[in-house]
Design a protein around this ligand. Sequence first.
Ligand code: G3P
Length: 232
Amino acid sequence: MKIFLDTANLDEIRQGTSLGVLDGVTTNPSLVAKEKRPFREHVLEICRIFEERGIHAAISAEVVSTDTEGMLREGRELASWHKSIVVKCPTTPDGIRACTILTREGIRVNMTLVFSASQALLVAKAGAYFVSPFVGRLDDISADGLQLVREIVEIYRNYNFPTEVLAASLRGPLHVAEAARIGAHIGTMPFKVFEQLFKHPLTDRGLEAFLKDWEKARATLGDILAPAKAAR
Ligand code: G3P
C-alpha cells in the first residue's frame, strides 16, 4: 500500500520523506489555509521536496470552484504547475462532470468527499485516478468507514476499474493496517498517525534490554567501529 501524508505542513513532509516510505501527499483547502502561504508557491515546494529525494510522488491539490466550468479552469491550471500534481475535485454532479473532462484531457483526478459505494462507482466510471472515501468522518457519525473501503475495493475488482482506492480521513494505526488488509491502494494520514505506525512498546522495551546487555559486556565486545578505524 502506498502511504501519503494528509498535510500541507512542509516540516512534516520533510520529516516523512526522510524515512523513504512516503509516496505522496494529499492536501485540501482546510490544510492549505493553516499554512498561511501563497498556494502555488507552497504546492510547488511540496513537489520539490519529493523531487529532491527522487520520489515519483502524487501531490493532491484541490479546486475550490463548485461549478464544472470553474473546476475545469482551476484543474487545468493546477495540473500545469507540476507533473506530480493530481487535481482534487469534490464528488458532486459538477465535480463528476469535471472529472470526466479532465481525465479525457490526460489530467489525473482525485475524487474527494466520497461517503458511499454508489458515489465511488460513479467516480470510477468518470475515470478518476483516485477515489477518496473518508473513513474517520463516517465513523464520527456512527457509520462504518472501513466497510465503505471494503465495498469500493470489491466493486472495483468486480469490474476491473483502474481507479485507485485512497483511504482518507484515517485516524489511527488500526485504520491504516485494516485499510491495507482490505486492499486499499493508498492510505493517507495526518503526521501524528504516521508516527504512530512506527510505535510499539515491545520494540522500545526490547531495544532497551539489548543495549543494557551490550553495555554490561562492552569491555569484552569492543567497539563495532574500532576495526574500521584501525584499518585506516
Ligand atoms: O484530506 C481529506 C481527509 O483525509 C480529511 O480527514 O481527519 O479531516 O476527516 P479528516
